[in-house]
Write a protein that binds this ligand. Structure first.
Ligand SMILES: NC(=O)c1ccc[n+]([C@@H]2O[C@H](COP(=O)([O-])OP(=O)(O)OC[C@H]3O[C@@H](n4cnc5c(N)ncnc54)[C@H](OP(=O)(O)O)[C@@H]3O)[C@@H](O)[C@H]2O)c1
Length: 365
């Protein structure tokens, strides 16, 4: 009697397990995503994007289903999205957790970093891991980061961290004792560039848009000097802070600030042109006329070089490993401005363009 009962239970357990497996292998998920309905004109408007729901199919062999945990909002999204037609999912990267897997290389529970766009859930074909349309390495498993939050995969241990590491060191070729100026200094990239400058023994001057940001750069990030470009005259202050001139300029913003700095460079100064956020909301067909730069470039024999961080895609992990080491040694500080809720993606994006972030702007789903 007892053994029959146990047999019955075993059979029903088996059928329950089988049932669950069927359900699991057909996990149906509704994804939310932001669709670009209108190209940005001037400042982005909430009505340029629309949240749409999408039913995802069951995953197939070699596919994984991931759920976004942290999404990134970055300045490049503003100019870059103009290259794509309306109707696309808004571009961007995210840290996402693998919640279902049919690939032994990508187990459930691991996190990936990928340019999946502004969406909550995504199915990824793990056999198709080529670089994405931005040129950043395809989806990769978040490296070992110790106790740090997974969001660092989008900031100091991700694309902005590598932008600072390679874009500054490779292009500016800094030497101890030199003077470095960084614009956009309290942002994701700039705050790291200045600190790497300090690690390499330079005198560092940061240009940022508020007193609070300047205080943070000096008190926590170890910058030597700061200039609040909204309340101070950059040219006048720079003359006082670097009377002998500037050796390296890491340019995040372009426009008048950059022209002013470049006129105060030393002979053989080096400029790493990373971004031009001061013009991202401008009409590309009606750019303002700016001060002529050529005399500064010619007579001081400056080297000015633009770059896109994907240039170092084949060395991607080197930047992550070095920045992690500096964090662990207490030499590199990072900050994140976190906005909560997928529905608040647009506010986080628009706020970042206006300077509401200190350090990396992140959205936690
Ligand atoms: N080349 C590449 O591969 C690459 C990769 C990553 C980033 N970037 C570029 O690097 C720059 C910084 O990016 P990020 O991710 O670190 O962003 P971020 O600095 O964290 O955020 C953008 C910051 O730009 C500043 N800003 C906005 N409008 C400005 C203006 N008119 N003049 C001066 N500053 C202004 C704001 O700070 P304030 O309060 O100081 O104004 C804002 O917080 C951007 O230009 C971006 O496009 C380039």
């Amino acid at each position: 009697m007892f053994s029959r009962l146990s047999q019955v239970i075993t059979v029903s357990q088996r059928s329950l397990i089988f049932d669950l497996q069927i359900k699991k292998s057909h996990m149906m998920v509704t994804c939310k995503k932001y669709v670009l309905v209108k190209h940005f004109k001037g400042e982005p408007k909430p009505s340029d994007l629309e949240i749409v729901e999408e039913q995802l199919p069951a995953i197939k062999d070699n596919e994984i289903l991931v759920e976004a945990e942290y999404l990134s909002v970055d300045p490049y999204m503003r100019p870059y999205v103009a290259r794509f037609p309306t109707g696309i999912t808004m571009i961007g990267s995210q840290v996402a957790k693998i919640i279902e897997s049919k690939s032994s290389k990508y187990p459930v529970g691991k996190r990936i970093v990928g340019s999946l766009g502004w969406r909550t859930h995504t199915i990824i074909n793990t056999e198709d891991q080529k670089a994405d349309s931005l040129g950043t390495p395809g989806n990769y498993i978040l490296p070992e980061i110790g106790d740090l939050p997974a969001s660092v995969g989008l900031g100091v241990l991700g694309m902005p961290g590598n932008t600072a590491y390679f874009g500054f060191l490779d292009i500016c070729q800094p030497k101890a004792g030199e003077t470095l100026v960084v614009s956009g200094a309290a942002g994701a990239v700039g705050s790291l560039v200045g600190q790497i400058g300090k690690i390499k023994g330079l005198t560092v001057i940061g240009i940022a848009g508020s007193d609070d940001k300047c205080q943070w750069l000096k008190n926590e990030c170890g910058f030597d000097h700061t200039i609040n470009y909204k309340t101070q005259n950059v040219g006048v202050e720079l003359k006082k802070l670097a009377p002998d001139g500037v050796d390296c300029y890491f340019d995040n913003v372009g426009g008048d600030i950059s022209t002013t700095v470049m006129y105060q460079m030393k002979l053989f100064g080096r400029v790493s042109v990373c971004g031009s956020i001061s013009s991202y909301n401008a009409d590309v067909n009606a750019q303002p006329k700016t001060t002529i730069l050529q005399p500064a470039i010619v007579f001081n024999q400056l080297k000015i070089e633009g770059f896109i961080v994907t240039r170092w895609a084949d060395k991607w992990q080197e930047g992550i490993v070095q920045n992690l080491k500096w964090i662990q040694e207490g030499k590199l500080k990072y900050r994140e401005t976190v906005t909560y809720g997928f529905e608040n993606m647009f506010n986080a994006f628009a706020g970042m363009l206006k300077g509401e972030n200190t350090g990396k702007a992140i959205v936690k789903v």
